[in-house]
Design a protein around this ligand. Sequence first.
Ligand SMILES: *Cc1c(COP(=O)(O)O)cnc(C)c1O
Length: 457
Amino acid sequence: MSPVEILSALNPLDHFISSNFQKLPGNSDASFDPVIQDLSALIDNRLDDDKIFSCLPPLFRGHPEIHLRKGIIDAAMRAGANEVDAERAFFVADLSQVYRQHERWMKNLPEITPHYAIKCNPDPYVIRLLAALGAGFDCASNGEISQVLSIGGVDPSRIIFANPCKATSFVRSAARAGVNTMTFDNADELYKIARAHPGAKLIVRILADDSKSICRFGIKFGAPLEVVPSLLSKAKELGLDVIGVSFHVGSGCYDPAIYGDAIRRARDVFIMGSQVGYQFSLLDVGGGFEDARFEAAASVLVDAINQYFPDRKGIRLIAEPGRFYVSRAFNYINDGVYGAFNCIMFDHQTVNPYVLSLDGSFHISPSEPLSLCSVWGPTCDSIDCVCKAVELPEALQIGDWLGFDNMGAYTICAASQFNGFKFSNVIYTTSKGGGDEARRVLCNFAAKGYGHGAGPY
Ligand SMILES: *Cc1c(COP(=O)(O)O)cnc(C)c1O
């Protein structure tokens, strides 16, 4: 995305809003309200199936930008009425995008069942949609397991407890919940599991080369191949059932060739397993899939699997994608690094703002003079810098809004409320290209009685 992206008029409504919106600064123009009401009527009463799940906010229709703009107009009205927190930041989530990513996954990796890594964005709609689409889930804690199971319709066998270092109490509660598949990468974990869940189906997580990823995991997770034989012998000695191998190339992998090397290592570990007396039946290729390089990574994976596992009858293939599913599905406005922009610190991301409204209008001329700016979050901390240097229109005024794309992965989930700033709201929509399908899938899920439990939403 270019630093300043100019929004095109998406539908005739926009012109309508904009010509009236320009009168906004005082917010006292009486002609403003009827227009907003028209717009609200159009957007809010679209169809009566917006309320799919009783415990969740409605699922609207329409392009996310329509909802960004509506949110801005709402904020302007609330600010006009001197409401507290009127300018609070918000997300717009487009569930069609999640649906399209799933189609893309199934097209490129039809043999590999995705288990969505919910830490990436434990959004209640995203979880419901992926559950309804038949995906599995990668959970790392007791809380994540309950969150998935509480929605209903997900058998515990669809969950992999992919944290190789779990509290004993978590292992015990996984056993109670019927979650049997779990990873390990050290002998202490084997002792814990032998005590707390001896019937578990174990996956040995091996170290992969993570040097080509934005967030490296190898320093914390993954058994080096040299120690795997002794780990497997220990598991055998403890009477545990090891069923397969997993790896994670690191999150945000920018060199797809790495997946090939990891598959070769996994094949070596299948051989080590058979030497100890295990016949492995599961290969878990982890996460790390970047939206922009997904097809390349998928093609490396497919080739490597064909090369190293040519005869794979009886081997189930799974993966643990996180950011792939959600990064592009969320747009976002107005926050700092303690909030949703924690992704700058924790996930090493760079974000680019674009102008959503300029001097009260949604129409920004491409010839608008720009100047070099830095963008700061709302807290009083000087590390709270969102963009160090970016060109933005000189004419930006108080009350104008900046937008940020690709805010779906590792954002909301790790936000804090430091300095008294609240978490942001999410407005849900489905747009063209998968929108109707996503709604149908969710409605069927709801009609079966699933997804209504309040859960820890
Ligand atoms: C975080 C994590 C993932 C997801 O990684 P992405 O890069 O978001 O795909 C998958 N598996 C495990 C074990 C993780 O910790």
